[in-house]
Design a protein around this ligand. Structure first.
Ligand SMILES: [Zn+2]
Length: 326
């Protein structure tokens, strides 16, 4: 019964919205605007705060990027359902969009825009299906996290989504794509592409990052919007810090001389914020330093929903540096 009432409400809200046009034809401003409008309308209908929907959608966008078994979203919403989940496990019609048939086969797909179809290709249908699922648990943060846990069955998924949601809520916008180079451009620094090189210390390891050589106490800065996920000592990385950005990418800073005062795990950072200072810590017990010249070890890791792997940060560093110089 509740679903029926909600669907009618959605119908009233979505009348003026046309079906998706190709996301590729739109500017990023238009995409953000359209997404935000979908999130806020869905909040009105389901009472799930828009920033939670934005957090889930951003997480799922990152998963699509990190996995090769999911194609890019056709619309502006990135939440993924397989045709089987959507239409029902035993439904022989994988592109089923009749809500009654989907429900008969225990599929998840719902009609969010009230056009009589529950289509995987309609943003409002996909977003409504997810928001409606979450609403079954309740509308406050604790219940939403419970719903997310039941859905993803993975602590790290909840952590990442919660970080995204908090960041969107803080800034009140989806337009958080800005980047900064990890050290201020007016300091002396140098770096080369060294990702994948072999390492001498601590057994056979490959170099999972780019070393940016700079003087002691050169500021180390956040390169994107994100949340501090890790802070502390490690025998390889010394004083290190990790930031999770809105694409689920993890940015790792190693060998720091120290941290920016007051910065704690869980804090939200913006590109250009000082997070610590370049040093030469690591390769031993806490406090060990000076075993190599001071540099910032900068690593980037992608998350695919069950594991994480390092990729070469050099191209990103080059492009952020170039953008900042202009
Ligand atoms: Zn390094």
């Amino acid at each position: 019964m509740r679903k029926k009432i909600m669907t009618t409400l959605v119908f009233m809200l979505f009348i003026p919205i046309a079906q998706y046009a190709d996301a590729a034809d739109k500017s990023s401003e238009e995409i953000y605007e359209e997404r935000m409008s979908l999130y806020t309308k869905m909040e009105t209908v389901t009472q799930i705060p828009w920033y939670w929907l934005a957090g889930v959608d951003a997480y799922e966008k990152g998963l699509r990027r990190a996995r090769n078994d999911r194609e890019e979203a056709k619309g502006v919403i990135n939440i993924y359902y397989s045709p089987k989940e959507w239409s029902g496990p035993l439904n022989p019609k994988l592109d089923e969009d009749d809500p009654t048939a989907i429900s008969m086969f225990d599929g998840l797909g719902l009609d969010g825009n009230g056009n009589g179809k529950a289509s995987l290709e309609e943003d409002a249908d996909v977003l409504f299906t997810f928001a409606n699922y979450l609403a079954e648990f309740g509308f406050d943060d604790t219940n939403i996290k419970l719903g997310l846990w039941e859905y993803y069955k993975r602590d790290q998924a909840i952590n990442i989504i919660t970080g995204h949601a908090r960041t969107y809520r803080k800034y009140g916008t989806l337009d958080l794509d800005e980047h900064a180079f990890p050290v201020p451009l007016n300091y002396n620094y140098s770096y080369q592409s060294t990702w994948g090189d072999t390492r001498g210390w601590g057994g056979r390891r490959i170099h999972e990052g780019t070393d940016i050589f700079a003087g002691y106490r050169t500021p180390a800065r956040a390169t994107s919007y994100g949340v501090v996920e890790l802070k502390g000592w490690n025998k390889y990385g010394g004083w290190r810090l990790g930031i999770r950005d809105l694409t689920n990418t993890y940015h790792y800073y190693g060998h720091l001389n120290g941290y920016e005062e007051g910065l704690e795990k869980g804090d939200i950072v913006a590109p250009g914020d000082t997070i610590g200072y370049v040093g030469s810590t690591g390769y031993g017990k806490p406090g060990t330093e000076g075993k190599f010249p001071p540099h910032l070890h900068y690593g980037m890791y992608r998350d695919n929903g069950y594991s994480e792997w390092s990729f070469d940060p050099y191209p990103s560093l080059k492009s952020w540096e170039k953008a900042e110089r202009q």
